[in-house]
Design a protein around this ligand. Sequence first.
Ligand code: ADP
Ligand code: MG
Length: 698
Amino acid sequence: MSSRVLSESIRTLGGVGDRRAEVLEAHGIAALNDLVTWYPRKYLDRTNVVPIGKIHGDVGAVTVVGTVKVKGSIPGRRGRRYELVVADASGVLTCVWFKRVKWVESVFKTGQQVAFHGKVSKYGGGWSMPHPEFDLLDEKGPALDTGRIIAVYPGHAAFEEVGLTSRTFRRMLHALIRDRGEEWTDNLPATLVSQLALMEGRVARRAIHFPKSQEELDHARRRLKFEELFFFQLMMAAVRGRVKREAGPELVTGGTLVTSFLDDALPFRLTAAQEQALADIRSDVGSSSRMNRLLQGDVGSGKTVIAAAAALMAADSGYQAAFLAPTEILAEQHARTLVGLLEPLGVRVGLLTGSTPTAVRRDTLTGLADGSVSIVVGTHAVIQEGVAFRSLGLCVVDEQHRFGVEQRAVLYEKGERPHVLLMSATPIPRSLALTLYGDLDVTVMRERPPGRQPIETVLLWDSRREELHALLRRELAAGRQAYVVYPLVAESETLDLKDAESGFAELSAAFPDAGVDLVHGRMKSAEKEAAMARFVAGETGILVSTTVIEVGVDVPNASVMVIEHAERFGLSQLHQLRGRVGRGVHASTCVLMSDFKRSADARTRLEAMTRTEDGFELSEIDLRIRGAGDFFGTRQSGLPAFRLADLAEDGELLDAARSAARRLLDLDPALRQSVHLPTREWFETFILPDGLKKAGIG
Ligand code: ADP
Ligand code: MG
């Protein structure tokens, strides 16, 4: 006996002929398991049923259950309508359809028990319910329709044509569970089920369709959600071929370099969050296993010094460190920071980018090969062939989501299993981080260094542009600088650029002495850098740009961030952009310029921005607005479509699933033990993509 029977075709079911099978298959219900996971769209709870006689003016939408007394279609001014008079013991209600009259005509019989759900309105002396949702009930046969909580399934026009109503789904599922349910072995190990107090698999599969009570339904949902999350985590492990923990170089964590850096060289004290991050890193690199950690810190939380400290632990132990950044602007900025902090300690820092002069590059390469350069900062240029290290012990990847998995892998190959520290300022809700990076350890820094002025965020209609100019005038007079950012959408790049260009012209005219500059994605990188350098040096007062400045740029004197067409930006992007100001001691302002017309989602985003500065809170809101599937846009694919689990809500369950999956694989990497065979069989039958089948799990 095994759960593999669920991979049989739905055509083996009674009542499913060719026509129905084709329709079902077209909707992704091909195997029995697809039917079992065709979960109800909602439930009709009989305890919420309203007696018809109790309906009054402001009940809104109600559910009633009654018997069809009279039915018929009636010609009217605007075509035929179909009416149904329904009665229960307390009164009478008329249900009306103006559309799809022919189809509803074929559905109801007099004397039939039906549940109706919808809004009611006054009709003659009584009540009517136009276009209700309905569910045919049945007094006879198994008590599928008369239980307290009745499952209602997703409907499709194509289903209706072959008579696949909610009632049919209940019938099919009831028969399947009755006849075959006994064969379904649990796909989770019994110890796990009991440890986590989960419902048994077979029971949960029955209860989700035929719950005896709300409590039982909740319990079933929890179990089935857990299952989805658990098997997803197993899949991540299989896909990455990572099951065992690898060994890595054991580093000295309290050596002279790191100690004098933290105690003497740093001009400030670490925040508590930074201390915690450092402690996490120490315990990783100080052990004999390899660090694989994601450091997530909101914009401006101070990740760079943490990376520097980690690099010094490598240097203290005779290893080198590589620090990868996604853009030349950022790489140069990091190099400047690190040179300033570390060269006084006698640590040599090199820079490698696409525009590094040949002689400097040759010098740096020699230094990396002989070990005299301890830390190299750079862009993709670092991962190129010909860049060889004497002993690479640590890889830091800043803004890690901007690099592909393969690119990171190439970097890691340049050392003997170097430690890996990934950093991201795109706050990802914890649940998503665990899903996407299930095999990473995650440190979150929520705190920002003290002394930062809060950023005031204001929302201005286009019509109030004069107020914006007044603010710019004031800040420029005080010696501050401003960014003005325009959206850049790939499909209409020319158009957007025109926008930015006319904004640039307008500001140049309005502020003739301020020094106004323009950077955009179409400029050569040398030009971009020159413009950035002028801004960093304070020669430019207003920098107009498309979103090329989005990540990482650190100019503490800038105190105004103007975002044009703010409604066109995503929430995390808005937050990133706002993070470019408020980096020094000056009070800063973020101005969101927006058209009055905007969608409800855009309004939610913009209002959220004015309400909070917490990137994690914003990303939770973003996740709720967009759903997990869209959260990363197209860049991050491979996010699963869970049927029940919701990453925005089921964070705790995800944690549990993740650690359970890890424990299981630590114990039995290839799931060979007999108690784990059902789990493995389920995984291989229903979860593993075909492309990976031959590799198996271990
Ligand atoms: P991010 O996490 O966004 O990469 P950075 O590492 O660029 O942030 O740090 C932002 C700024 O905060 C830098 O100018 C850095 O020197 C400063 N900084 C970092 N840590 C502290 C601290 N503990 N106290 C004061 N300033 C700090
Ligand atoms: Mg940074």
